[in-house]
Design a protein around this ligand. Structure first.
Ligand SMILES: [Zn+2]
Length: 237
C-alpha cells in the first residue's frame, strides 16, 4: 500500500485533555505527510484547516491566515487527498448528512476523510482560544469559545470520520473543520446545512499515529481514559 493511503496523525486528541498544548511538530513537517487535514496550533491557538497543501489558522478574533512552515502543532491529522467516492448533495442538514454518509459509504468501522465543497445555507463554527502556560485542561480552556456563523456561504468542509473504538486516540465519529472560500469564516464545525455541494469520501485501512516522544510533559502524563472520553464529548462536539 502506498503511503498516500494513510491518515497521518501527530499526537492524540487525548493529550490535549490534560492540557498538553505545546506544539511538537512543525507545519512544514506535517505537510510532508499530507495536503489536507485538521488540527490546532501551539497553545491551542485556534483551529487549523489544511486544504490543497496550504495550512490555515482560524483565530479566536475571527481572522484567518496562512500558517508558516516553522509554526508548531500539538495535534493534527493529515492525508494526501485521493477520494474514492464523489457525490452531489443538495439541501441536507448536519444530522441527516452524518446518518446518510455513514450508511451510504459504510463508515461505521473505518477511517475516512470527508471533504465537502459548495454552498452552505448555514454554517456555525467555534474557535479555541489561545492558552498561556501553565495550561488549563481542555474542558476549562474551551469553556468559553467564540462562535461564528454565516448564511449562504461558499466554502469547504474538511475532516475525518473515525470508528468510535478510537475515541481518545482521536475523535470517535465525525471531526470536521470549515474554511470559507473568501477566508472570512472558519473553525471547528458545530453545525451546518448544505445548500448544494460536492462530497468526496476517502476510505483508509491505515491510521498512522506519530507520538511526541521527545516531549517531557507527554512522557510524564498519566492519562485517564474515562476523563478523556468525557472531555472529548464535551469539548469536541
Ligand atoms: Zn476541531
Amino acid at each position: 500500500m502506498a503511503v498516500t493511503d494513510t491518515i497521518f496523525q501527530h499526537g492524540t486528541l487525548g493529550l490535549l485533555v490534560p492540557g498538553l498544548f505545546d506544539g511538537t511538530i512543525t507545519a512544514g513537517e506535517l505537510l510532508q505527510h499530507g495536503d489536507t487535514g485538521i488540527g490546532t496550533l501551539n497553545g491551542l491557538d485556534g483551529e487549523v484547516i489544511i486544504v490543497d497543501g496550504h495550512a490555515y489558522q482560524a483565530r479566536q478574533d475571527g481572522q484567518i491566515r496562512e500558517i508558516a512552515a516553522d509554526e508548531t502543532l500539538p495535534f493534527a491529522s493529515v492525508h494526501f487527498e485521493k477520494p474514492d467516492v464523489s457525490d452531489q448533495l443538495t439541501a441536507l442538514n448536519q444530522a441527516d448528512f452524518e446518518q446518510q454518509v455513514i450508511s451510504d459509504y459504510r463508515l461505521t468501522n473505518v477511517f475516512a476523510a470527508i471533504r465537502i465543497d459548495g454552498t452552505f445555507k448555514h454554517i456555525k463554527t467555534r474557535v479555541a482560544p489561545r492558552q498561556e502556560q501553565p495550561y488549563k485542561t481542555l474542558v476549562a480552556a474551551t469553556a468559553e469559545q467564540p462562535e461564528f456563523t454565516g448564511a449562504d456561504v461558499e466554502g469547504t468542509i474538511v475532516g475525518y470520520y473515525a470508528p468510535h473504538l478510537f475515541q481518545g486516540a482521536t475523535v470517535g465519529g465525525f471531526h470536521l473543520h470549515f474554511l470559507s472560500k473568501d477566508h472570512q469564516l472558519g473553525g471547528h464545525l458545530l453545525d451546518f446545512e448544505i445548500a448544494k455541494a460536492t462530497l468526496k469520501v476517502q476510505h483508509f485501512a491505515d491510521f498512522h499515529v506519530h507520538l511526541p516522544i521527545d516531549n517531557e510533559a507527554y512522557l510524564r502524563e498519566q492519562f485517564d481514559n474515562e476523563v478523556i472520553d468525557k472531555a472529548i464529548n464535551k469539548a469536541e462536539r
